[in-house]
Design a protein around this ligand. Structure first.
Ligand code: NAD
Length: 357
């Protein structure tokens, strides 16, 4: 009999084109008047536009967000929060900038308004990954959940094409794993299917024309729904393996997700037949893993681990690390199984079904 637990995450979402105009109203609704705006060095123009719009309600800009949320950067940002007497943080950017925003919220309790500009999904999760002394650890805490997410499609038009595609596949991975999560539920599963369908339709159009506003809208909508999946249910082999490879070999985030997804889906296909069927249906194909593999081909071949900095000699270590701390996954995670998966993924060969249940 159907039985499940569903925990809704409280947040306000504003979605559309030109939605940045609502920033002042949203900040005032939080009863805040001195926001510190966060961004990476490369997105200062977008942060400045927000600062200009906030006018007297902007306390300053901190433009040094970095990948993997190093605590040293967080400490510098916290000094800025104190020196400008900020009462809120506004972040504009991808998962890296939003990670910094969450790290500040965790330590200060300041409310956050986030403006996502990639499809990573961090804005709607209570998850924070931080790096201390080169080691990344992840926590789940509702204190890091933004109060307001302001999705403005216009800000995604500048996302470089390659990052747009890999970030979109990163989002699809959240939804795909949600469909076979140990704590899956019908609400999140329905959202997951919608997210996969939306992104798989949008990405080829974005590849054709990165400024296609309709395609960008579909992708951002898909990113939101896939992010909800990541924030709501437990992730398994795919996310754990990406985390392991990213940490051990310093691989880029969305590219690692992209290179692995066909193979992790193939690994779990036999053990999670219903999820595989639903993923395939959402993609509009016969087979989920082959469907993602072919989609990557159509998007311009973003497929092999060897092309994103993974050393061939690291496969053995990665397979050992992958089985060092067990977690729920549809198929048994064995060292040999992961080694075979990684060998195919390293070369970018077509995915092969794993017979383990
Ligand atoms: P990112 O935030 O690292 O951004 C990559 C680069 O693209 C940056 O230089 C950024 O400034 C630039 N960029 C982003 N949007 C742009 C735009 N619209 N126009 C021009 N340039 C733009 O990339 P990401 O993939 O979004 O985030 C990856 C990080 O997020 C990883 O550290 C990952 O662990 C984390 N993450 C966390 C969660 C979570 O729930 N905690 C979820 C997903 C990702």
């Amino acid at each position: 009999m159907l039985s499940f637990v569903y925990t809704a995450l409280p947040m306000r979402v504003i979605f559309g084109s030109g939605t940045l105009v609502h920033m002042n109203r949203e900040l005032a609704a939080l009863k805040c008047h001195r926001a510190l705006v966060l961004c990476t060095p490369g997105q200062q123009h977008q942060a400045q536009a927000i600062a200009d719009q906030l006018g007297a309600s902007c306390a300053g800009i901190f433009a040094s967000a970095e990948m993997r949320t190093p605590v040293e950067v967080t400490h510098r940002a916290l000094e800025k929060v104190t020196s400008v007497d900020a009462d809120a943080v506004v972040s504009v950017g991808g998962g890296s900038t939003i990670g910094l925003s969450k790290a500040i919220a965790l330590r200060t309790g300041l409310p956050q308004i986030v403006v996502p500009t990639t499809y990573a999904g961090s804005e709607v999760t209570p998850i924070l990954g931080e790096t201390v002394g080169g080691r990344k650890s992840t926590i789940r805490d509702h204190k890091v959940l933004p109060k307001v997410v302001l999705y403005d499609v216009d800000l995604t038009l500048t996302l470089p094409i390659s990052l747009s595609l890999t970030s979109g596949i990163n989002a699809i991975a959240h939804a795909a794993e949600a469909l076979y999560a140990i704590d899956a539920n019908p609400v999140v599963s329905a959202i997951a299917e919608a997210g996969i369908a939306s992104l798989s339709r949008a990405l080829p159009r974005i590849r054709e024309m990165p400024t296609d506003r309709d395609a960008r809208t579909d992708a951002l909508l898909g990113a939101w729904t896939c992010g909800i999946c990541l924030g709501s249910v437990a992730m398994a082999l795919h996310h754990k393996l990406c985390h392991t490879l990213g940490g051990a070999f310093n691989l880029p985030h969305s590219q690692t997700h992209t290179a692995l997804l066909p193979y992790t889906l193939a690994y779990n296909a036999v053990a999670a037949p219903d999820a595989s069927r639903r993923i395939a249906l959402a993609l509009g194909v016969e087979d989920a893993s082959r469907g993602v593999f072919d989609l990557l081909g159509r998007l311009g071949g973003l497929r092999a681990l060897k092309d994103i900095g993974m050393p061939r000699g690291g496969i053995q270590l990665a397979s050992e690390l992958a089985v060092s701390s067990p977690y729920p996954n549809p198929a048994f995670v064995t060292r040999e199984g992961v080694r075979c998966l990684l060998e195919r993924a390293w070369d970018g060969q077509p995915p092969e079904e794993n017979k383990t249940r």
